[in-house]
Design a protein around this ligand. Structure first.
Ligand SMILES: [Zn+2]
Length: 71
């Protein structure tokens, strides 16, 4: 299994900011150690984004099924 360092990419300097799942779940904000940018964690927005991604995924699968029927 590939080892993955949890973290996110800084939108300002593009450096990878390593963090922990625990920190992401409990912290209100993360600070980029490279440029000092403070990233506010908005969990409600993230959840909405996840829901949208799920819908897109479902739609893509349905489309795949439909094209197999027609093809
Ligand atoms: Zn940064």
């Amino acid at each position: 299994m590939a080892q993955q360092t949890p973290g996110l990419k800084c939108p300002q300097c593009g450096q990878f900011i390593p963090t922990t799942i625990n920190e992401l779940l409990s912290a209100q904000a993360l600070k980029c150690p490279y440029c000092g940018l403070e990233l506010t964690i908005n969990r409600n927005e993230s959840r909405q984004a996840m829901e949208i991604l799920k819908e897109v995924d479902t739609a893509a699968k349905n489309l795949e099924k439909a094209s197999k029927f027609n093809g």
